[in-house]
Design a protein around this ligand. Structure first.
Ligand SMILES: NC(=O)c1ccc[n+]([C@@H]2O[C@H](COP(=O)([O-])OP(=O)(O)OC[C@H]3O[C@@H](n4cnc5c(N)ncnc54)[C@H](OP(=O)(O)O)[C@@H]3O)[C@@H](O)[C@H]2O)c1
Length: 343
């Protein structure tokens, strides 16, 4: 049996801890965690540079800025952090080029839809010669939950507090409400669809009123009520047309936007419940009816599972390459043998 693959994990928050718990339960002798670090501590059996796979379970720009460097050294990267392919186009291109140059793999299934087969499907369609014309979706589990529950009976700010207490939003809910997180996901999807989309070309409609945006982190709670009147009037206007509010990301015909939309029941993006993500893909193959993918798109456990799937795919690819090498070596030996035989 070949030596276990050394893994370095960055981030010990909700996702990082879920990854460690899953690896422990999985107890596979082919994988070994040799280094763990967060923003304050490092725990090392081996130097992080000895790792063959780096797992990024942070939201850190500093860590994401290292993805291309790791890949260029031949180190595989598996990430839940969207700031790799979801930040500047230059960084996304550097990641692509590093993978091509070194052959290292970049596992990003956890960055959008927490492992739902979204990126995988887009890449498979392109690899099969399909042309992707557009992607539209509800990409935020926390915003999906908020708008599924917002019917005017309870103020929007109360629902935001509930969602935060249940761990559906980031500790600072403005990160969800500003649309920034969704913008990064749309960039990752559009780039996977083959579009060189610059980060600042996405139009983002933030839900955060100025007073809430300006508040210090510990003063957010008292400013949450500034959301209530504008959200209630948007809900009332939607109801007049028999529709509901949904926070939607769209890329189509070179235009990318993220913001609130009113959708009638029966619309492909209005289905599902809870924290479900829903994505509709239009392509040459799916021109009339879009391909729709829906399912739970948030939560540390499904995100950790998606990261582990990517790790196992890398391990299996390495094993496959090893097997091919040993077949090639034995067939080379065999051909030397045959050569001698017929000489
Ligand atoms: N939670 C979810 O349901 C979910 C779903 C999909 C994707 N994600 C993504 O997964 C990532 C992690 O999310 P999370 O919920 O686990 O966040 P979290 O609980 O806030 O944990 C983040 C971790 O990153 C560490 N960190 C920050 N800067 C670092 C640095 N420079 N070097 C090493 N470690 C650093 C933090 O260290 P300290 O402990 O020292 O602060 C913390 O341990 C994020 O990118 C998030 O968007 C999360």
């Amino acid at each position: 049996m070949s030596a276990p693959l050394p893994i370095a994990l960055y981030g010990t928050g909700q996702v990082g801890r879920a990854v460690l718990a899953r690896l422990e339960r999985f107890a596979d002798a082919s994988l070994v965690v040799v280094h763990v670090e967060n923003s304050r501590h490092e725990w090392s059996d081996l130097d992080a540079d000895a790792a063959q796979i780096v797992l990024d379970a942070t939201a850190s720009d500093t860590v994401a800025a290292r993805h291309a460097e790791w890949l260029a050294r031949g180190v595989h990267v598996v990430t839940a952090n969207k700031l790799g392919r979801g930040a500047s186009l230059a960084r996304a291109d550097a990641i692509e080029q590093a993978c091509i140059a070194s052959g290292a793999r970049y596992g990003d299934a956890a960055t959008v839809g927490a492992g739902l087969p979204l990126l995988r499907s887009l890449r498979a369609l392109r690899a099969g010669g399909d042309a992707i014309h557009g992607v539209a979706g509800v990409l935020s589990g926390s915003l999906a939950w908020l708008f599924a529950h917002f019917d005017g009976r309870v103020p929007f700010s109360t629902l935001v507090r509930e969602a935060r207490a249940a761990g559906y939003t980031e500790p600072d809910p403005r990160i969800d409400l500003s649309g920034e997180d969704v913008r990064r996901k749309l960039l990752i999807l559009a780039r996977a669809a083959g579009v060189a989309l610059e980060a600042d070309t996405v139009q983002v409609e933030s839900l955060v009123p100025d007073a809430l945006a300006a508040a210090d982190l510990d003063a957010i709670d008292e400013q949450l009520a500034t959301l209530d009147a504008p959200m209630q009037s948007l809900l009332d206007a939607a109801r007049e047309t028999g529709a509901r509010l949904h926070f939607v990301a769209r890329w189509h015909d070179g235009v990318a936007r993220v913001g609130l939309e009113t959708l009638v029941a029966g619309h492909p993006l209005a289905a599902g419940g809870g924290t479900d993500n829903r994505v509709a893909i239009r392509s040459a193959r799916y021109a009339g009816q879009p391909l729709v993918i829906q399912g739970p798109g948030a939560g540390a456990d499904v995100t950790a599972a998606a990261m582990l799937d990517d790790v196992l795919a890398i391990r299996d690819a390495l094993r496959g390459a090893q097997a091919i090498r040993s077949v090639a070596t034995s067939s080379k030996n065999a051909s030397i043998g045959w050569g001698r035989l017929i000489a």
